[in-house]
Design a protein around this ligand. Structure first.
Ligand SMILES: CC1(C)CN=C(N2CCN(c3ncnc4sc(C(F)(F)C(F)(F)F)cc34)CC2)S1
Length: 489
């Protein structure tokens, strides 16, 4: 059983980040499992005190001395901790027989959280992810509801209930073998919640939202990593509270060093983003962290996750490493091409739209102003990776009920491709080869003869080979070469 033990209480009052690290380390290193309610309340109190309006005003006039936090008294935590246990135990039978949870139990706990939330509030607001928000404001975001259900089940003694995470949704696994699944929260706007139902076996299972049934299934320690990842340092739209950001970074390093991020690509990516902003002495550099997140996704999740590549691509882009950014984004596109686009996939659609219609056009603009020989416009592998990027999006659309591409995609696409001279394009050899069918068999298990390119080498481009790209790529590339061949076109 977890719980608020005397050895935890001895660490209070907590006056600085070191104190918080000691509490988390104590919870993570002790034989028994970390207490999710305790840690979520502590993280939530600190985040609230340092990002509330009064804190913002205070920060702007007199910056508090570094590494200091508002003093965290044990009483503040205990009141909320007992309140959470009280809500759970007065509504749901604790697990006296130490048996695995049932679907009814999971649904009951989800209903207790769900029915105690404020009727209507802005769900996308910041700082609604922790039990502090739930217990003091009766507000939770979609991740927060799922987390609260798992914390509630832990408080009731159901230690088989764990958090399952895709790249844009959260649910729970439970049962003797941890193989039962249940929706416990909502997703997106205007969608009826599916709480209590098992995770889709139908069309939704081929959408990115459910990552082809390769979610991050958390252990208790990984659930601590999820609550730490969900810490939100934002003070307002433009500023972060420095102490909260530093606390999150230190807690992620603690979890990383204990090995609890190994199977959690997004948490490694979050740490990479924080390290890029302020690198910590003696730690692996952020570039390595982004590579480790990709390795983790390839190793544990059959390379079905997109975000590890967009974390890395974003890093290369911000650091003007454009050739490398194109490769990361093409790799991201190779992941999405195997999915069907569905209405639940807006988040990743927006991600690809921003890359295609904002980031890549920006790169082409800054690159085409200079004429250096090292320009990416002279590099065939850049052209090749761009084609791979666009082709993946086209294939994503193929066979999907919802279209992806529209005219808004075409102009930036044509502008981009036509920035490469024909002599550069001619160095891209698109080998149209039948790839291992199980790798690219895209839909409902049957095999498609995928004539797709296996590798991109720099030998002569054979125009006829282009016919194996998605028709829209072929049409656009033809249009480009037409444009290039006949400038008045
Ligand atoms: C490359 C990026 C655009 C930069 N940040 C990204 N994040 C920020 C952090 N983030 C996350 N970081 C850690 N864990 C989780 S679990 C999760 C979720 F499944 F969607 C949930 F639970 F529904 F919110 C999201 C998420 C979501 C993805 S992707």
């Amino acid at each position: 059983m977890a719980g608020f033990r005397d050895s935890d209480k001895a660490l209070f009052p907590i006056k600085n980040i070191t104190g918080v690290l000691q509490l988390f380390r104590h919870q993570l290193e002790n034989a028994r499992e970390p207490d999710l309610a305790l840690l979520s309340i502590v993280a939530g109190i600190i985040e609230s005190k340092l990002t509330s309006r009064s804190a913002a005003a205070l920060q702007l006039c007199e910056p508090i001395e570094p590494n200091s936090l508002p003093v965290l008294e044990i009483h503040d935590v205990q009141v909320l901790y007992e309140k959470f246990h009280g809500i759970m135990k007065s509504n749901v039978e604790p697990n006296k027989s130490n048996s695995p949870a049932t679907r009814d139990l999971v649904k009951r706990v989800s209903d207790v959280i769900w029915n105690s939330l404020t009727r209507s509030y802005y769900k996308d607001k910041a700082h609604l992810q922790s039990l502090y928000s739930y217990l003091t404001g009766s507000k939770l975001d979609c991740f927060g509801v799922a987390f609260a259900v798992v914390a509630g089940c832990q408080a009731l003694g159901y230690n088989d209930v764990h958090l399952a995470l895709s790249e844009d949704h959260a649910w729970v696994v439970f049962g003797e073998h941890g193989t039962e699944t249940a929706e416990v929260t909502w997703h997106g706007k205007g969608n009826e919640d599916k709480r209590g139902q098992e995770i889709g076996k139908g069309v939704s299972s081929r959408s990115w939202l459910y990552v082809n049934n390769k979610p991050v299934v958390c252990t208790r320690n990984m659930e601590v990593a999820a609550l730490v990842s969900a810490i939100n340092p934002s003070l307002n739209a433009t500023h972060d509270a420095y102490e909260v950001s530093l606390l999150q970074q230190e807690l992620l390093w603690l979890l990383y060093d204990l090995g609890h991020l190994k199977k959690y690509p997004m948490a490694i990516g979050n740490l990479g983003d924080l390290e890029e902003i302020s690198p910590k002495e003696g730690k692996v550099p952020c570039k390595t962290l982004f590579e480790e997140a990709i390795t983790s996704a390839r190793t544990y999740y059959n390379n079905q996750h997109v975000y590890p590549y967009t974390y890395q691509g974003g890093y290369f882009y911000r650091n003007k490493m454009y050739k490398e950014a194109f490769e990361s984004w093409a790799n991201a596109s190779d992941v999405i091409r195997l999915y069907n686009y569905s209405r639940d996939d807006e988040e990743i659609y927006k991600e690809f739209l921003e890359i295609a219609n904002e980031l890549i056009p920006h790169i082409m603009k800054v690159e085409s102003s200079g004429f250096s020989a090292s320009s990416i416009l002279k590099k065939p592998e850049c052209f090749a990776n761009l084609l791979r990027f666009y082709d993946g999006i086209c294939q994503w659309e193929e066979g999907s009920a919802t279209p992806v591409l529209h005219i808004g995609w075409a102009k930036p696409l044509v502008n981009t491709i036509s920035k490469f001279d024909s002599d550069v394009r001619a160095q891209v050899n698109i080998i149209c080869d039948k790839l291992e069918e199980e790798k690219l068999s895209k839909k409902n298990g049957t095999y498609f003869n995928n004539n797709n390119y296996a590798s991109l080498n720099q030998t002569n481009l054979k125009e006829k080979d282009l016919t194996n790209f998605h028709p829209s790529i072929e049409a656009l590339t033809a249009a480009c070469s037409e444009k290039i061949l006949n400038p008045e076109y």
